[in-house]
Design a protein around this ligand. Sequence first.
Ligand code: SF4
Ligand code: ZN
Length: 314
Amino acid sequence: MPGVCGRCRSAAAEVELPYARLRLCPDCFSDFFVSRVRRTVEEFRMFREGDRVGVAISGGKDSGALLHALRSAFPGLDLVALHVNLGIPEYSAHCQSIAEGLAGELGVELLTFDLGRELGIGIGDFEGTAFKGKICSACGTIKRRLFEELAMRAGARVLATGHNLDDMVGIMLDNFLHGYWGQFVRLKPVLPPLAEGMAARVKPLIRSPEREDLLYCLYRGIRFKEIGCPFSKGAKVRRMAGLLEAASERNPQFRHQLLNRFLELMPLIEGIAPRPEFSKCRICGFPSQGDICAYCKRIALVKGDRGGVPSESG
Ligand code: SF4
Ligand code: ZN
């Protein structure tokens, strides 16, 4: 890419950001990335400087960029990295070593939940259940819950996750088109704690395109996983990816505009969305929409210890 950086006007531009009409050198791009994370946190009041903030890190580029950018944007923030080892042979050990390396480099404490050690299971065990062929669905429920559990163990008031702009607008648009209002409002940038003692969930990368998470990792030397999960062929292809890409080619601001319009609509949609009623799971005590929560149902499926758990898979 010819030309000099549009910010410092000295180094060669390497990154083009058409939606902002900017061409930046690696250092100015990294500053731009970190500033956007800082502004996003402030815009949505995701946390205050004195809060203890848990960051869910998987070993992937999005969550790696998130932890690094939060450390750079808020040097005095009380951060704790949270990682779930899913017990997937080779893959999980690889992801954990990346998480440990990153937390170590940044001087951030790391708390890990090891499925094998703590529960005696691995995600692969779901192959022997009704979740065969849709392991990611069970895995998603388990990860969500264990990150909440880790945030509580860490005493974090806030749990930050690495959902990027592409994730967000893709899922929002899909829910919007289907009228899944309950799921739509769960994509708010800040979700209050489900119960006393639990963490609020925040998404500081909501304005960061996925490609830029990758570039930030490359320019800042942040390692991320080099192997894929063996079950990823069961993962959902990102919803609306092709449509969003085509629209963004014609209008580089498309995803940003769509996110802004959805955020403006959020209060209206909250008004029509069904309000889930939570009680306590009779096994684990976590908030649940039924007698037994989705997490406990799935764990029981694998452990074969039904304990009165109904046999449905959903
Ligand atoms: Fe879990 Fe599926 Fe991701 Fe593998 S690809 S870690 S099974 S959600
Ligand atoms: Zn439960």
